[in-house]
Design a protein. Structure first.
Length: 171
């Protein structure tokens, strides 16, 4: 009986992997409870940030980790996105997935960013947001409601993404 359980477990993992791969890198409309959980976390300098501070803006919330290769690849595209969205009600907030400040500082020396990096030192924010992979991205409308999700990397500064975010920021 143990062999069959193991076989079913392995097949289940393979199917989940295919499903995750199928949705990775694609912006998906969000249909769950659209209320975003609160985020109240310090940045690397110890300044407290609250998601409420960004009300009135379209916000890209990204959960990431230093060991995440796709995060390393997409963060420069997020820097370029900020430049393309300059003058629009748009912000990026990132939340590190329970790593040490030293690990995050070292990563940011290699991959500098132009947006806040918040520290979820105990993983409690990850839990409230039900994050299970990195990068996990959520796009909030101006009222703070989750409108889109995306697991995996994407070129945030692509013409298509800039167009979608511009349209959302004009609503």
């Amino acid at each position: 009986m143990g062999f069959y359980r193991h076989l079913i477990f392995c097949l289940s993992l393979a199917l989940l992997g295919q499903q995750a791969q199928a949705v990775a890198g694609q912006l998906k409309e969000y249909w769950g409870d659209m209320t975003s959980p609160e985020i109240e976390l310090p940045d690397l300098q110890g300044r407290q940030h609250s998601l409420a501070d960004y009300h009135g803006n379209v916000v890209l919330v990204q959960f990431w980790a230093t060991y995440c290769t796709p995060c390393r690849t997409e963060m420069p595209t997020m820097n370029r996105l900020i430049k393309k969205m300059r003058g629009k009600p748009f912000k990026i907030v990132t939340v590190n997935m329970a790593e040490s400040p030293g690990q995050v500082r070292q990563f940011l020396q290699e991959v500098p960013v132009d947006f806040p990096v918040l520290m979820d030192s105990d993983g409690s924010t990850l839990s409230r947001w039900k994050v299970f992979a990195a990068p996990a991205n959520f796009i909030l409308d101006k009222q703070g409601k989750i409108t889109f999700t995306l697991y995996g990397a994407i070129e945030w500064d692509s013409d298509e993404m800039v167009s979608r975010l511009n349209a959302l920021s004009e609503e």
